[in-house]
Design a binder for this molecule. Structure first.
Ligand code: PMT
Length: 390
């Protein structure tokens, strides 16, 4: 979210938008009303490929549209105010909510980066410096100013950083938030279906939600993610990572070991069927032929084999238990040579299969359990990655 206030440096913002777009960013623009004099909404809209907003209500013939500053603030991963004039800085520092840009800034939950731009003495004025310090103390990232010739003809500090420098600061910010950058993450999720005949299978109630949340969080932290996912009804159309859809434990096993040697972190959140029918009937079994006896044989224990073949991978398993939970989880941690295990128990309401929530205990190699309250699976995924990375 790019907020442009009314300073001469606004004429450089179209090139900044082009740089961001080239990096693959989605860019939306809010202009203060006075900034129109320095850069046209049409230019900004053509380059950002988004409507440009500058008032709380956009007039659309007889159909006024409210520009919801809360939604605008929530949309962004980063809000960048460039150029930030003394007037806007003062409004931001004192919550003087007098235009859409300031309202969006005050509502934004994302990090805010500020690129100040003003003339020599105005920049140096103690009141202005105090506002910059206040904004920094509120957690905003205040960029330095450039030095050189200013629009007034004076020389010195006050120029907005060049678009390329602002872009580099933004990229550095995102890198600093991406501890998994350059790392490959493998996650198994969902159930496996073990066919009995062409219409029936042995399966379980796993929805894949826990594994999908772990995959999203790994991608948010910068990783290249490979999700091996059993049969599911999740919306995976636009996920920012690779998904390989499998059906049986044997297929999951093959998909995992196709990648395992190249992986840095692996998390096994799948509920793999421990057994499969020895025979798969080629035709639908008819009830007229009597109750069938289905002989089962073991499936490969994928996680145990990952533990055996482990080199530098950080390997995390899950344990789904119903009683004596800690004892069973620690036994699996050791037997499968894991670096950590995540215990969830069907004895806890809202935990485990299919629900949107989970309640977990994370157990690292030191075998000290750390329990978390019931949370959304998205928040549980954040807790698990926090534990892995600390
Ligand atoms: O998918 P959801 O609906 O969101 O539900 C999430 C979940 C409950 C499935 C998940 O949180 C979970 O607990 N997954 C592991 C379920 C399980 O099979 O637990 P287990 O204790 O039987 O297996 C221990 C570990 O070995 C697991 O990491 C499992 O993936 C792995 N395993 C088990 C058997 C096998 N043949 N191969 C394996 O790799």
């Amino acid at each position: 979210m790019l907020g442009i206030s009314a300073g001469i440096a606004a004429y450089k913002i179209p090139s900044l938008i082009r740089l961001f777009k080239k990096e693959g960013a989605s860019v939306r623009v809010i202009l203060t009303p006075d900034a129109h004099a320095f850069v046209t909404p049409l230019t900004l809209s053509v380059l950002s490929q988004e409507p440009v907003l500058s008032s709380f209500v956009s007039e659309d013939a007889d159909n006024p549209v409210w520009n919801d500053h809360v939604a605008l603030g929530n949309w962004a991963d980063l809000m960048l105010i460039a150029p930030a004039t003394a007037n806007s800085l003062s409004a931001m520092a004192h919550a003087k909510c007098n235009n859409l840009l300031i309202a969006t800034y005050l509502s934004a939950r994302c990090p805010v980066m500020i690129a100040p731009a003003m003339d020599l003495d105005m920049y140096a004025h103690p009141a202005n410096q105090k506002n910059l310090k206040t904004l920094e103390a509120y957690g905003n990232i205040v960029l330095p100013v450039g030095e050189g010739s200013l629009a007034s003809g004076l020389e010195g500090k006050g120029r907005m950083l060049e678009p390329q420098e602002i872009l580099e600061h933004s990229i550095r910010y995102f890198y600093s938030q991406s501890p998994l950058l350059g790392k490959k993450v493998l996650i198994t999720a969902g159930p496996t279906y073990e066919p009995i005949d062409p219409v029936r299978f042995i399966g379980n109630f796993s929805s894949g939600k826990m594994g999908l949340a772990l995959a999203y969080q790994a991608a948010n932290l910068g990783a290249e993610v490979h999700l091996i996912l059993g049969p599911h009804s999740l919306d995976t159309d636009e996920v920012p990572f690779n998904i390989e859809e499998i059906s049986t434990a044997d297929e999951m096993h093959a998909a995992v070991f196709n990648l395992y040697d190249t992986i840095d972190f692996a998390i096994a959140a799948a509920a793999v069927a421990d057994f499969k029918p020895r025979m798969r009937a080629s035709q639908k079994i008819k009830k007229e032929t009597g109750t069938p006896l289905i002989e089962l044989i073991p499936n490969p224990d994928i996680l145990a084999q990952m533990g055996k073949q482990k080199k530098n991978q950080f390997l995390v398993g899950f344990a789904l238990e119903t009683e004596n939970e800690l004892v069973h989880a620690i036994e699996k941690l050791k037997r499968k040579n894991l670096d950590a295990i995540v215990l969830n128990s069907l004895a806890d309401t809202g935990a485990g299969f299919a629900s949107d929530t989970n309640k977990i205990t994370y157990i690292g190699k030191n075998e000290t359990p750390k329990s978390f309250p019931l949370k959304s699976k998205e928040d549980v995924a954040k807790d698990i990655w926090n534990e892995i990375l600390t």
